[in-house]
Design a protein. Structure first.
Length: 230
């Protein structure tokens, strides 16, 4: 890589990161076209994973390309923050329950509408299912699948890549790592678990386990041990 590569890549990352994620679609009058799927999730996740991969050689990139490490790490860390905030905002843990209520209300409305149209002789009983009802119910299924996909990307791909990247950008600087995790929306009580399930505790990440996080980690290990003994 050279300085121009870094500049171009950073702009590409910026464009993908700053683009809006697709919104939920409940329009009963249009079919689910299936053209986009979860392309926005794939692209945004791809940016964070690219940056995380490149972070393995951050020192080499800086020395070869003549860029300032502090600025490059800051910019890419901010991109990661933006992506994780998007996914954390998009994912709704209660979506399935909400949509179940929406489906119940919609099916009732659709049945009443169909009966009214039949009574007004605007619809035949033998015309088949109302396409609007099919469209709507298909979108409920698509939205639930998309919501599950959002959670998968966040927990299995984004969080590990982001935390790994921060550890490589800021070795020995727990304050910087925690600062960006908080910017991404993680509360103090979440950060310890996040670090445990992404990078874990070893010689490379020991600097993250200081003070309260170290005590919390030790209590967790002891708790698991006592549970195992039982």
């Amino acid at each position: 890589m050279n300085a121009e590569d870094v500049r171009v890549l950073s702009w590409i990352f910026y464009v993908v990161v700053s683009a809006d994620a697709f919104s939920w679609d409940y329009d009963e009058n249009t079919p689910k076209d299936g053209l986009y799927g979860n392309m926005d999730y794939e692209l945004k996740t791809g940016v964070v994973r690219w940056m995380s991969s490149l972070s393995w050689d951050i020192s080499g990139i800086v020395s070869r390309c003549g860029v300032k490490r502090k600025e490059l790490c800051r910019i890419w860390a901010e991109y990661g923050v933006a992506v994780l905030k998007t996914f954390r905002t998009q994912y709704d843990p209660e979506l399935k329950q909400k949509q179940a209520r929406m489906k119940e209300e919609y099916d009732k409305m659709s049945a009443e509408r169909t009966l009214r149209l039949v009574q007004e002789r605007k619809l035949s009983l033998f015309c088949g299912a109302d396409p609007r009802s099919i469209y709507y119910n298909n979108k409920l299924l698509s939205n639930e699948d998309r919501n599950n996909n959002c959670k998968y990307h966040l927990e299995k791909r984004l969080e590990p890549a982001f935390v790994e990247m921060l550890v490589r950008f800021y070795p020995g600087q727990a304050g910087e790592v925690v600062k960006y995790l908080k910017k991404a929306g993680y509360a103090d009580q979440e950060i310890g678990d996040l670090i445990d399930r992404t990078v874990g505790r070893d010689g490379r990440t020991e600097f993250l386990y200081k003070g309260d996080r170290e005590r919390q980690h030790d209590r967790k290990i002891k708790s698991r041990g006592s549970g195992h003994m039982k």
